[in-house]
Design a protein around this ligand. Structure first.
Ligand SMILES: Nc1nc2c(ncn2[C@@H]2O[C@H](COP(=O)(O)OP(=O)(O)OP(=O)(O)O)[C@@H](O)[C@H]2O)c(=O)[nH]1
Ligand SMILES: [Mg+2]
Ligand SMILES: [Mg+2]
Length: 269
């Protein structure tokens, strides 16, 4: 086919193919969610509606896009891990990042009303995205451990901070001063002795964040079938196996998780 004289401009497009044989991580994060949370009256420090909406959007991303092996989310962020061997869009970085972020952002708006029943969405939220490549399984596990450790550190801090403000009547500045230089043990002690809270009994979703993995589940459905010698349709129950995205709130820093789900890191990934 004849080419137009303008065709040469294609040559200006940068080649952004991602290195082969590496885990591809796309992490997105809510833009200025400090303000977004204030404006939409998120419960402090954790708002179940917001956390569940984030997870719904991440499930949608995993179901709609290809080759995502596992995802991890906390606060206003989610990380998506694409299989090492993925050939999706010839591994073009821009395709991975823009599809993940746009699918997530549109889902956030689309599903908002299902989670925030009587809280109107006041303005369109935005999300940023980045891609990081991890060449070894250990690097990938360490990446996910880093995000989960971050979740734990922030949540412990925020839990004590908001207790001091909401229950003890400290100003945010006073609460900040009180926590300056404290270690995890000190924060646990404040929670226990002053507020009778055992941090280990706080909800797992707040302490561990959310892991999304693929799992085979058996579904029982009723089907209408017509038997050859009968005139009327009959309802029968059939069991079929489906692969679904399932949320877990478990530790992913230790070995146990990876031993329990070896298929996530399997070689054909
Ligand atoms: N109250 C409340 N706030 C939340 C919750 N989840 C996230 N946030 C807010 O979202 C912020 C997320 O932090 P960051 O992503 O570091 O900061 P950001 O304000 O989004 O700014 P950028 O990401 O740099 O654009 C937190 O500091 C909280 O203010 C929640 O469940 N409840
Ligand atoms: Mg943010
Ligand atoms: Mg964040």
């Amino acid at each position: 086919m004849a080419k137009s004289k303008f065709e040469y401009v294609r040559g200006f497009e940068a080649d952004d193919a991602l290195l082969p044989n590496c885990w591809i991580v796309v992490r997105l994060d809510g833009r200025n969610f400090h303000r977004f949370a204030e404006q939409h009256e998120f419960k402090k420090p954790n708002d179940d509606r917001a956390l569940h909406l984030m997870t719904k959007c991440a499930q949608t991303v995993m179901q709609e896009l290809e080759d995502i092996a596992i995802a991890y989310g906390q606060s206003d962020e989610y990380s998506f891990v694409f299989k090492k061997k993925s050939k999706w869009f010839k591994r073009r970085a821009s395709k991975f990042m823009t599809h993940v972020v746009s699918q997530f952002a549109s889902s956030y708006v689309f599903y908002w009303k299902d989670y925030f029943k009587d809280q109107q969405l006041l303005y369109p939220p935005g999300f940023d995205g980045r891609i990081v490549l991890y060449p070894s399984d250990q690097n990938l596990k360490d990446y996910l451990s880093w995000r989960q450790a971050d979740c734990h550190i922030n949540n412990l801090y925020n839990t004590v901070f908001w207790m001091l403000v909401q229950r003890s009547g400290l100003t945010p500045v006073q609460a900040q001063d009180r926590l300056q230089g404290t270690l995890a043990g000190d924060k646990n002690e404040i929670l226990f002795s002053e507020f009778n809270i055992n941090y280990n009994n706080e909800p797992l979703m707040y302490r561990k964040g959310t892991v999304l993995i693929w799992q085979k589940v058996n579904e029982v459905i009723t089907k209408k079938i017509k038997l050859p010698k009968e005139t009327e349709e009959k309802e029968v129950e059939v069991t079929r196996t489906r692969t679904k995205v399932v949320p877990l709130h478990c530790d992913i820093i230790g070995d146990q998780f990876w031993e329990e789900y070896p298929e996530i890191l399997a070689e054909d990934s």
